[in-house]
Every structure is written in structure tokens, then in C-alpha cells.
Design a protein around this ligand. Structure first.
Ligand code: BG6
Length: 482
């Protein structure tokens, strides 16, 4: 099968905290993510953003017990970025989605001036991409809120954080504007409702009731919606040629069966975990179903008088999303399994990864069609891939036929969606190179087509090795044959 769209963007995505390392080098400050210790998993399919006590986070600052914090080390991209971008080019990538660490640019959150050394690092990375003719999509905040903002301002619960973020965004526009093609203010903006630490920089262990937690997560999220809208407004003035998008973790679920009570359960679940976020940022309005939910659950969001107008006037140019898996929903829950951000019902028709994420390429075609029908905005698949336990074989490679199958089956479904008439313009795999896992902190959950020689404790040479999927992708970029 030939992939039919010629000007489609193909590439890979990473995030600063999962690759850079150099957590305290050249003026960078700590982020909340770098304060979460590595704990080996007992059960891989039952592990998800486990709540860490606030005291444990704080103890990590001095780290008297010598614990391991994987996101402080990443894969040493800070020093090896040239080698990595050269490999990305060699694989045939024509777009790279990367993120900037806020804590490298404004280490104290409210500094008067940006940190020059931090700016220089990203200028070098962006120049490297420009020289190699790789387009760039930049995420401004990929879960990595600086701890300084958590400590001084209470994270995204405070409206002052909107101003800090706006100043950070303005700096990025001024400094990097000419080198960036696409901007995403937030990664997976729906994270706020799953993990308040990772989503909005507020410690989970401080909430006393479910209602207190829900109020906080929706308030922090509202403040992020406003921040995103204001960033788009500013970006359109400062970078008129760039495009501005959202990024949502797309959790596609199916009703377990055709019983209407399960269908309606699935619909309301989809509204809460998926549509709500797209509706606000693409239609510019809080949808009626969420207003009903807020009323019934006693959730009260504090808004300023022109907030709704700001949202309405500054919707996104395009929609980007992550898609890894799907799950089922039923009123009486059956067997559950892990997935990206969620636990969901098992689907008897699907196989799952070692972490329980259910592999569903056709779900991607369904998702693309749904999003296109609903919003009529260009779509971009910002993350998709499979995490696997892997070791190098005697030829210093990994024969990752399962990854080739995963990728090619998803590519085929993108092709089908394009034939359906969906306007989808690009795809960045998660990830071109092995990185530290966002949810589990493991290095051993490997997604890359490039193997990185570090273990879960950052032991190893850090050397890079091409897997079989690297050659497969390279060939696909030449032939567009699937
Ligand atoms: C997405 C995140 O949720 O999923 C990435 O944007 C993350 O940062 C990816 O790495 C895969 O999840 P995990 O937990 O397997 O690393």
C-alpha cells in the first residue's frame, strides 16, 4: 500500500525532562518531575502516576539518602543533541517535536531576565534542525513546571502563573520565533484532571476530599486554558507565520457492548475525558455537559470577567493529540488494564503491550474521523508508539519487528483516514529515541527506533544504536510503501 499524501510531515517527539539531563547545569532549576524518585515496578500493568507524599518531594531537594531521580539525567541529550539530531535526519524525519524546559529559561519562575545559557542551548538545537531542514514543533510546557513556581505561587492554581507563563512564551517567540513552525503551549492539557502534580503543579497528597481535588484540578485547568488562549493571541502578533495548536491525550473508549446503559456511560466518559478539552480550545466555549457536571458535583471555577471572551477569540489553528491505545467502558466494570493516563476496561479483540496498553490501530482512524467531523480543523498526531522491554543483541541492535508492525499498522490507518477525507497533516512518533518514561520513570520502557545504553539507574555508556525499526522507517520515508 502506498501512503497517498506527499506533503505529510513525518517525524518524532520528545520532551525536555525525559531526554535532556543536566538538571542543574548552566543555571537550570529543579522541576517537580525531577523530584520524583525511581521505584521499580512490581506489576507493570497496574502502575500509574502513583501518589507521592509531599514530604518525599521535598526530601529530594537535598537527597541525603542518595536516591535516584531519573528525570534529572534523561538520556544526556543536553550534551549529545548533535549526534541525536543527525540520527533523526538519517532516519528521514522531516519534523521534530521537542519541548523547552521553562526552568532553563526562567529558573526562579519570576526572574526579570531570561537565562542566556538556557536560551543558547535551545538556539543550538533549533539551528541544528534548521541546517538539516527539519521542521520544528515546540511544546512550551511538557509537564515540567519549575519547582520555584510551585513553591512560591502554588502552581497553576494561582492566576499569577498565567502572567509568568506569558512572559516565558513571549521570550520564546522573540528568541526562537523564526526557527519554529508550530507551537503547542501545553502537552496533554487534560493531564490536570489525572495528576494535579504533573498537570498543574499542585501536590496530590494535600487534598482532603475528592471534591477539593476536583475543584483544584478544574481551576488549574481553567487557568491553563486562559494561558493558552493568551499565548495564542500574543503568538499570532509576534510570529504571524507560525501555527498554534493544542495537545490533548486522546483516550478513545468504546462501550463494552450494545447495552444502551453502557453506551451512555461511554458517551459521558468521552465527554469528560476527551471532548471537553477539545471543545474549549477548538470551539472556544465551555460545553453544556460539563456545566451540568460542575453543577451536580459542586465544582465552582473562579473566572475573571473577560475570561470567556478570551477563550472564544483565541481558538487553536490546528488540533494535535497523542494516541497510544483504546479501552472499553461499562457501568459494571469488568477487568481493567492500564493505558495512557487512564485505567480502562479490557477489550477481548485487542492485544496489549507489557504495560497493559491495548493496541488499536483502527481506533486511530476512528479518532481522526471523529475529530475532523467535530471540529473541521487540521489534525496532527503528536504522539503514538509502543513501549517495550528490550536489550541489544549480539549485533548491537534490536530486532523490533513488533514496533515495525505497530507503526506500519497505524500508518495504514492514517492513510485510510486521509482517503475518508480527513485533513491530517503530520505524525510524530513517541519517540524516535529511547527516553525516560513519563509515568513510570523507567528507562526500560523503550519506545525508540534508536536504542540508548542506559538502565533504570542511568548506568551505561549512553551510546546510541539503531534498531531494526530505524531502517524500516528510513526505507518508508524513501518509498512511502506500507
Ligand atoms: C504521553 C506523554 O502521555 O505519553 C509522554 O506526553 C509520555 O511524555 C508518553 O512519555 C508515553 O508514556 P510513558 O508513561 O510510557 O512514558
Amino acid at each position: 500500500m502506498k501512503f497517498i499524501k506527499d506533503d505529510f510531515l513525518w517525524g518524532g517527539a520528545t520532551s525536555a525532562s525525559q531526554i535532556e539531563g543536566a538538571y542543574n547545569i548552566d543555571g537550570k532549576s529543579l522541576t517537580l518531575l525531577e523530584m520524583k524518585e525511581f521505584k521499580p515496578l512490581k506489576d507493570r500493568t497496574n502502575n500509574h502516576f502513583k501518589i507521592t507524599d509531599k514530604k518525599e518531594f521535598l526530601k529530594s531537594i537535598e537527597n541525603k539518602d542518595g536516591l535516584h531521580y531519573p528525570k534529572r539525567f534523561g538520556i544526556d541529550f543536553y550534551n549529545r543533541y548533535k549526534e541525536d539530531i543527525t540520527l533523526f535526519k538519517e532516519a528521514g524525519m522531516n519534523v521534530y517535536r521537542m519541548s523547552v524546559a521553562w526552568a532553563r529559561i526562567f529558573p526562579n519562575g519570576d526572574d526579570q531576565k531570561p537565562n542566556k545559557k538556557g536560551l543558547n542551548f535551545y538556539k543550538n538545537v533549533l539551528n541544528e534542525c534548521k541546517e538539516k531542514n527539519i521542521k520544528v514543533m515546540v511544546t512550551m510546557s511538557h509537564f515540567d513546571i519549575p519547582y520555584s513556581i510551585v513553591e512560591k505561587y502554588g502552581g497553576w492554581l494561582n492566576r499569577k502563573t498565567i502572567d509568568l507563563f506569558l512572559k516565558y512564551a513571549e521570550t520564546l517567540f522573540i528568541e526562537f520565533g523564526e526557527m519554529v513552525d508550530y507551537w503547542l503551549p501545553f502537552n496533554e492539557i487534560n493531564m490536570a484532571t489525572w495528576s494535579t502534580e504533573t498537570g498543574i503543579g499542585v501536590f496530590e497528597s494535600t487534598f482532603k476530599t475528592k471534591n477539593e481535588r476536583e475543584n483544584a484540578s478544574y481551576q488549574g485547568l481553567h487557568n491553563q486554558f486562559i494561558a493558552q488562549a493568551k499565548v495564542i493571541e500574543l503568538g499570532k502578533k509576534l510570529c504571524p507565520l507560525a501555527k498554534f495548536g493544542c495537545m490533548v491525550a486522546n483516550i478513545t473508549t468504546y462501550s463494552l457492548n450494545c447495552n444502551p446503559i453502557n453506551e451512555i456511560e461511554n458517551l459521558t466518559r468521552q465527554q469528560k475525558t476527551r471532548w471537553f478539552f477539545y471543545d474549549v480550545v477548538a470551539r472556544g466555549k465551555y460545553p453544556t455537559y460539563i456545566k451540568r457536571y460542575f453543577e451536580e458535583e459542586n465544582i465552582n471555577i473562579k473566572m475573571e470577567k473577560d475570561d470567556l471572551e478570551i477563550l472564544e477569540k483565541n481558538v487553536v489553528d490546528f488540533i494535535s493529540f497523542s494516541y497510544y491505545m483504546s479501552a472499553t467502558v461499562a457501568v459494571e466494570e469488568g477487568e481493567q488494564t492500564a493505558g495512557n493516563l487512564i485505567f480502562g476496561g479490557k477489550n477481548p479483540y485487542l492485544k496489549a503491550s507489557e504495560w497493559g496498553w491495548q493496541i488499536d490501530p483502527i481506533g486511530l482512524r476512528i479518532t481522526l474521523n471523529e475529530l475532523w467531523d467535530r471540529y473541521q480543523k487540521p489534525l496532527f498526531i503528536a504522539e503514538n508508539g509502543i513501549g517495550v522491554l528490550e536489550t541489544l543483541n549480539e549485533n548491537n541492535t534490536v530486532d523490533d519487528d513488533y514496533r515495525i508492525e505497530y507503526l506500519s499498522e497505524h500508518f495504514k490507518q492514517i492513510n485510510e483516514a486521509i482517503k475518508d477525507g480527513v485533513d491530517v497533516f503530520g505524525y510524530t512518533m513517541w519517540t524516535p529515541i529511547d527516553v525516560v518514561s513519563a509515568s513510570t520513570n523507567e528507562m526500560s520502557k523503550r519506545y525508540g527506533m534508536i536504542y540508548v545504553d542506559y538502565d533504570d539507574y542511568h548506568n551505561g555508556t549512553g551510546n546510541r544504536f539503531k534498531k531494526k525499526s530505524f531502517d524500516w522507517f528510513q526505507n518508508f520515508m524513501k518509498t512511502k510503501e506500507l
